[in-house]
Write a protein that binds this ligand. Structure first.
Ligand SMILES: Cc1ncc(COP(=O)(O)O)c(C=O)c1O
Length: 438
């Protein structure tokens, strides 16, 4: 048995034996690319450029980069320059691929760097994406404002209407792009059904003209939903949110099957949205290793806060996928689950206040939170250990056109709450003070 086979056997033995919590904390300590079995914490390798043993090996590194044959010519990896590939990023990529149940992952300087690289790598001029009438504000703006400049069309249909999705697809469709739960209204899309539709449409298509399914899994994180296991081809993340968790770093990732890796590697190299090793190290050390415990505690508090809001006489509607009143509760229970099958309704809440004809009510409410609250912070972003509140209509989704906002009931009074690690008692106290001011 070669030493690489021996290593892989050891790694596989570890994988089978341990729970998801242990795997998130420890990952692969010894691989043919890195070995930190003698370190408690993974090392931070902060190099913009790497020493090459000879010009022949340098040439080999460039020839092998993003090729099928990579690593076959000589056993040792050849690192060249940090934007191409670097070991700390590879450790995080390995951990993300495992937890999302993908073959491979790549990290990026932001969620938007990941999503824009995906679009520009998969689509050419004349081709199109099919997606929902609204998405997270900057993804929406990328699809609406920028992709058309490169001759790529983003068609919008209700992704819960499978017939409408099928009619929107033609020979030049290359991507179904979903965000589920949708930011901020928490509408869900059926990943299994849409992946099944893409599979059926792909039956008579050549490999180059296949329709891929990509899912933005930022709200749920891989702890609470794994789209690849439901048939999707690609998962996109803003790691800035629940995975990094502490609000210290901006980052993104894509997770996918082996067949997409080389194109995405080259696209990341040339478009340049690589994540810095220092940000990677933070996410690896503090973020991903604590994901499970944070997700579960935040989700449990979100349940208490959602129930409180639903009972409050000044609140007109509350969306949290764990509530009996949640409109897509059957789909939520089917697809929002951890890897042991337990339901994960998540830590995001969207609610509206009574007095809907008063367009300023949401803003007045969050202004009161900004002034009076201690445990709730008025700020965009989500998945943070701190509870964050905002008005998506006038803030994160301000650039979305009115008719698109209307089609998903994104109203001026809507409020997005990302529940953190504070005690739910303190969150309810702050919400109740702000509600009393209305
Ligand atoms: C659902 C979703 N996707 C993508 C992004 C973009 O991520 P980033 O801010 O890391 O570029 C965000 C940011 O808020 C988001 O909420």
């Amino acid at each position: 048995m070669t030493s690489t086979e021996d290593e892989n056997k050891k790694i596989n033995r570890r994988k089978d034996a341990y729970s998801k919590e242990a795997r998130l904390i420890h990952g692969e300590m010894e691989t043919p690319v890195w070995d930190y079995s003698h370190n408690v914490v993974p090392p931070l390798s902060a190099n913009s450029t790497f020493r090459l043993d000879s010009s022949t090996r340098g040439n080999m590194g460039f020839l092998e980069y993003a090729q099928e044959s990579a690593g076959e010519t000589e056993g040792r990896p050849i690192f060249i320059y940090d934007r191409l590939e670097e070991p700390t990023a590879m450790m995080l990529e390995n951990r993300l691929a495992e937890v999302e149940q993908g073959d491979a992952a790549l990290v990026f300087a932001s969620g938007m760097a990941a999503i824009s690289t995906l679009a520009l790598s998969l689509l050419k001029q004349g081709e199109n994406i099919v997606s929902h009438p609204t998405l997270y504000g900057c993804t929406d703006s990328l699809f609406r404002e920028w992709l058309p400049r490169w001759g790529i069309e983003a068609r919008r249909v209700d992704m819960n209407d499978l017939e409408a999705v099928e009619s929107a697809c033609d020979d030049l469709t290359r991507l179904l792009y979903l965000e589920t739960p949708l930011n901020p209204t928490l509408d869900l899309m059926d990943i299994d059904a849409l992946s099944g539709l893409a599979k059926r449409l792909n039956e008579n298509r050549s490999p180059e003209t296949q329709i891929r399914v990509a899912v933005d899994n930022t709200f749920q994180t891989p702890w609470g939903q794994r789209p690849l296991s439901l048939g999707a081809d690609i998962v996109a993340h803003s790691l800035t949110k629940g995975i990094a968790g502490f609000g210290t770093d901006t980052a993104g990732a894509l997770v996918f099957g082996e067949d997409l890796k080389n194109d995405l590697l080259v696209a990341r190299k040339d478009l340049g949205g690589m994540l810095s090793p220092r940000a990677t190290w933070h996410i690896l050390t503090y973020g991903i290793s604590t994901l499970g415990v944070r997700f579960q505690a935040q989700q449990s508090s979100a349940g208490e806060v959602a129930a409180y809001l639903e009972r409050h006489p000044k609140v007109s509607s509350v969306r949290w996928p764990g509530l009996e009143s949640f409109p897509q509760k059957e789909l939520a229970r089917r697809q929002m689950v951890d890897s042991d099958g337990a339901f994960c309704p998540g830590f995001m809440i969207y609610f509206t206040l009574k007095g809907a004809c008063d367009d300023t009510i949401g803003q007045r409410f969050v202004d009161s939170v900004a002034e009076e609250a201690y445990a709730i912070t008025l700020a965009v972003s989500l998945g943070n250990i701190r509870t964050l509140i905002e008005c998506p209509y006038s803030m994160t989704h301000a650039c979305v056109p009115e008719d698109a906002k209307g089609s998903v009931s994104l109203t001026p009074g809507g409020i997005r709450l990302s529940v953190g690690l504070e005690s739910p008692r303190d969150l309810i106290r702050d919400l109740s003070v702000a509600l009393d001011t209305l």
